[in-house]
Design a binder for this molecule. Structure first.
Ligand SMILES: NC(=O)c1ccc[n+]([C@@H]2O[C@H](COP(=O)([O-])OP(=O)(O)OC[C@H]3O[C@@H](n4cnc5c(N)ncnc54)[C@H](O)[C@@H]3O)[C@@H](O)[C@H]2O)c1
Length: 407
């Protein structure tokens, strides 16, 4: 067999069991050597379901004892600095779930540790990054002037509205963006800055206002997930989301950080636009868009489009810059399929499975010593667009970005 990357994963939570572990279990370039979680039951069940040979409840013990060359850090944001720096110091490559950190100082420390150790680092999300194929195409259209001069953009992100039923907040786990340590809802949405940079290039400044509108919340008990995992028998169908959105929310929980943000981003390319973070509490009518990006230039527009299989639709007065526009001058840009080509129990038609794609990319980069576009520098820039928004909201002042990316 060709060489496999020896992986230890920390965090046997929802994202790990629903997305990463089934892929790692099957991927020919991956060997899921060890899994780790504070919750021993979750460790045992992930070993049973996904075939990891070793189980740990102490991350540092896993780093020391397991024969691994890379870690997949799939825990909540409060652990990311400690876990990433320890991994880098131990010479392990790192795949780090978003958000990179909840302060710029922590992101800086991770970036420095990775550079000093010379290990590879991928900072999620690869979704809504240049690695999702439509974005380089959209970036070229914007950069090459299909929209003319910059006018404005808006990106209202209210989702996910699971099955159109509304959600309000993550239905489980206070660590998932309700407690103070998690930084609040803003830090769930690295996808927003990532898409904005993917479309318009590096960010120059940030202004924001935030609010805590609904401090009292109800969530699904944490133990429900452990019970769900213990009963799961099909590793390809251990996706808790289907169960959790319908489960009764019986635990009272206090939202300790802001739950809505209205942010203005100024980009070096001249584009200025707004990004809204918040979540709907009630169903959205079928067929009505629940938040997407709209871009308006002096010569054209881009709409992210809710039609199946379509990512975005573009209009330009410079029709020769569009490929096969329709009779009204619009060009549709399709979604890319699941590039990982792995088994997937419930494929989203045309969906991009970012967890699979990032894992595949990380293994390739380690085995072939190739660079990673969404590395610690990209991650630090995207993350600063979050921490900068928080700082601006707290101080009432414009925040000037210190990091940049060449994209
Ligand atoms: N759930 C999703 O669909 C989803 C999607 C995209 C990204 N993410 C990201 O993934 C991360 C985890 O989210 P989740 O939804 O899986 O959360 P989760 O609460 O379901 O899982 C986190 C797990 O980490 C474990 N953990 C916490 N501290 C630990 C420690 N010190 N040592 C070992 N284990 C520890 C917890 O016991 C838990 O099992 C977050 O940063 C989130 O942004 C989640």
């Amino acid at each position: 067999m060709s060489r496999q990357v020896k992986i230890g994963a920390v965090g046997c939570g929802v994202v790990a069991s629903a997305y990463y572990f089934p892929f790692l279990m099957d991927h020919p370039e991956a060997d899921l050597v060890a899994v780790c979680d504070l919750d021993e039951q979750r460790v045992k069940d992930c070993q049973r379901l996904f075939g990891a040979r070793e189980g740990y409840t102490d991350y540092f013990e896993m780093l020391e004892k397991a024969d691994i060359e890379a870690v997949w850090i799939l825990t909540g944001p409060g652990t990311h600095k400690l876990f990433s720096i320890a991994a880098a110091k131990a010479g392990k490559h790192i795949l780090l779930q978003k958000p990179m950190a909840t302060t710029k100082a922590d992101a800086d420390a991770i970036q420095a540790a990775v550079k000093e150790a010379g290990v590879k680092c991928l900072v999620e999300p690869s979704q809504q990054s240049p690695l999702q194929r439509p974005f380089p195409k959209l970036r070229s259209l914007v950069k090459d002037g299909a929209l003319g001069d910059p006018y404005w953009f808006s990106f209202i992100w209210t989702g996910p509205d699971h099955d159109n039923g509304g959600l309000g907040h993550n239905p489980y786990g206070a660590a998932a963006f309700l407690n103070k340590e998690s930084g609040g809802m803003l830090y769930d949405y690295a996808y927003g800055p990532s898409q904005i940079v993917s479309m318009f290039g590096a960010c120059k400044s940030v202004m924001a206002m935030s609010a805590l509108q609904m401090p009292s919340r109800q969530i699904v008990p944490e133990s429900d997930y452990t019970d769900y995992l213990a009963k799961a028998t099909d590793p390809w169908d251990a996706n808790y989301w289907d169960a959790v959105v319908k489960a009764p929310k019986t635990d009272a929980c206090t939202m300790e950080a802001p739950d809505t943000y209205n942010i203005l981003y100024e980009m070096h390319s001249g584009w200025i636009g707004m990004f809204h973070v918040g979540r709907p509490f009630h169903p959205i009518p079928k067929g009505v868009r629940s938040g997407a990006m709209e871009v308006f230039g002096t010569e054209g527009n881009i709409y992210f489009d809710p039609r199946p299989g379509i990512m975005a639709t573009v209009y330009s007065t410079k029709q020769d810059m569009l490929e096969n526009p329709d009779e009204n001058g619009w060009m549709d840009i399709g979604k890319e399929g699941d590039l990982s080509k792995g088994k997937w129990p419930k494929p989203t038609p045309g969906g991009f499975n970012y967890y699979h794609e990032s894992s595949r990319l990380m293994c390739d980069a380690i085995l072939n010593d190739t660079p990673i576009l969404i590395d610690e520098d990209w991650g630090a820039h995207i993350n600063e667009m979050l921490t900068g928004a928080q700082e601006s909201a707290e101080t009432g002042k414009k925040y000037m970005m210190k990091t940049t990316v060449d994209w």
